[in-house]
Design a protein around this ligand. Structure first.
Ligand SMILES: [Zn+2]
Length: 505
């Protein structure tokens, strides 16, 4: 068994491990409605509105105008045309559905198509619910079992292409905790609201789950003594959920609980002068001995910080007290080399329409470009991953993120934001997304393309992605097999870029 610097890791830098008590379920239901049902309704309502407009407004206005202006010949031709269309439509319906047998076949085709879609969606939702309902430790064990069954995994994970291959000794999962606590509950018409959702309980469940994966996996997985996964979570933080107090010595407002939380989990990061050093400390954590009390844990149990704007985290608030909190967080992350992953697509668990813009890359540009009173840009080097590459369907945000990655300093002509990244999580549920990604990259010249590919990180968004895919191995398989990326590029996304972003060797 290899150890230390000889190990090669496959990083899934964006996934989640949670149980049913963690998410804001009303937000999940809202998300399923917003992501799948609402667009469908909107699509049909657009057709319906257009048809109504045509029938009740456009046609009468045209006919009356023609009548008033005496264009009787035109009206005659319009009537001919309408009659002809009606006859063609009639013939089409008779041919297609006239015969009883044919009709039955057509109707059953439509029915089974619809049913298949509904069944598939339902199966996915049930799968997701089961993954969330079982214990987190067991879910991790099941993920390893499923991977070992589906993907050839002897001692190492292999990706091959063009007669060459890349090998990985372990898969690193960085489950991102989301702070579902809502200070103002978001806008909802419900009588009872999700008002408190202490993140402590979620942190505790996740830590126990990680411990139990290491402790109990060999009861289920035989013949492979070494765990396939190394799990290093990201702490979820919403600064709005931490109260501020006035500091009597400086007169400034300060959030003591936020300072304590960061110090407790990350203070030792300050001394890591290299990614290799951090890796060594992380490897030294013995999860098997975790006693179940999160008060007992310190630095190196968590690798980074996750912020989730759709739940109300504003990256750059106008309010002074809120601004002070985010500034403290960003400065702390820079001083301690802590990576931040921020949800950056218009979708997600949006609990309030006012939060829509919080996810925008334009918001983060304000953070990165902020100039302080000494004319410094303190947050330009923030180690930041704008997740989901702005969202697959959100061209403007995607383009903005690419522009930000490629932005150069006018004086030094070096790239401006040296620690800015983006991940492709969730999008791989559809294997065509990799072709779309290639199309986008190919639009840039070779230098820009090289810079962009160096800033992309692989992520799955498991278990959230189970809404649209049936297993973890399937998601990895699409990535392994796509021809849109070369083997070298795949290795960058899942290894080199991830390690550079995470500051771990
Ligand atoms: Zn996610």
């Amino acid at each position: 068994m290899k150890k230390g610097v000889d190990m090669r890791y496959f990083y899934d830098s964006h996934c989640h491990m949670m149980n049913l008590s963690h998410p804001n379920l009303s937000a999940i239901i809202k998300r399923i409605y917003n992501d799948s049902i609402k667009p469908l309704l909107l699509k049909y309502s657009v057709y319906l509105k257009a048809a109504l407009l045509l029938l009740l407004f456009v046609i009468p206005v045209v006919v009356i105008t023609l009548l008033l202006t005496g264009h009787f010949v035109v009206i005659k031709w319009i009537l001919y045309a309408v009659s002809l269309i009606a006859v063609i439509l009639f013939v089409f319906v008779v041919v297609k559905f006239g015969d009883k047998k044919k009709r039955e076949i057509e109707i059953s085709k439509i029915k089974s198509n619809l049913l298949d879609k509904v069944k598939e969606k339902l199966a996915n939702v049930m799968n997701l619910l089961a993954a969330m309902e079982t214990d987190i430790g067991d879910c991790l064990i099941q993920m390893e079992e499923e991977l070992r069954k589906k993907i050839p995994l002897n001692n190492v994970l292999v990706i091959s292409g063009n007669g060459e291959k890349k090998e990985y000794d372990k898969i690193v999962l960085t489950p991102l905790i989301m702070d579902f606590g809502l200070k103002d509950s978001g806008k909802t018409n419900l009588i009872y609201k999700v008002r408190w959702k202490p993140i402590v309980a979620q942190v505790e469940d996740l830590c126990i789950g990680i411990r139990d994966y290491y402790l109990y996996r060999d009861k289920y997985i035989t013949g492979h003594a070494e765990p396939l996964f190394q799990i290093i979570p990201f702490m979820g933080i919403n600064t709005q959920n931490y109260y501020s107090e006035k500091d009597n010595t400086t007169g400034k407002s300060i959030s003591v609980s936020l300072v304590q939380l960061l110090d407790k989990n990350f203070s030792e990061f300050k001394y890591d002068t290299s990614p290799q050093m951090r890796r060594k400390k992380i490897d030294a954590v013995n999860w098997r001995q975790f006693n179940g009390d999160i008060e007992s844990i310190g630095s190196y149990y968590f690798l980074g910080i996750k912020v989730y704007p759709p739940l109300g985290f504003d990256p750059w608030p106008e309010d002074d007290i809120e601004r002070a909190k985010v500034c403290y967080l960003y400065q702390y992350c820079i001083d301690h080399n802590i990576p931040i992953t921020a949800h950056c697509s218009p979708g997600g668990f949006l609990v309030d329409d006012d939060f829509k813009n919080f996810s925008s890359p334009y918001k983060w540009e304000q953070v990165l470009d902020y100039t302080d009173e000494k004319n410094n840009k303190p947050f330009e080097r923030l180690r930041l991953n704008l997740a989901h590459f702005g969202g697959a369907d959100s061209k403007v945000w995607r383009k903005k993120i690419a522009d930000m990655i490629l932005k150069k300093d006018t004086v030094s002509s070096k790239y401006k934001y040296e620690n800015l990244y983006t991940d492709i999580s969730y999008q791989g549920v559809d294997k065509k997304s990799y072709d779309a990604l290639k199309d986008l990259l190919d639009r840039y010249d070779s230098a820009e393309r090289a810079r962009l590919i160096e800033r992309l990180i692989f992520g799955s968004d498991f278990m959230i992605n189970l809404q649209d895919i049936n297993s973890y191995s399937q998601y990895l398989d699409f990535f392994f097999k796509t021809n849109a990326l070369t083997l070298e590029e795949k290795d960058m996304l899942c290894n080199k870029n991830a390690e550079r972003f995470l500051f771990v060797g």
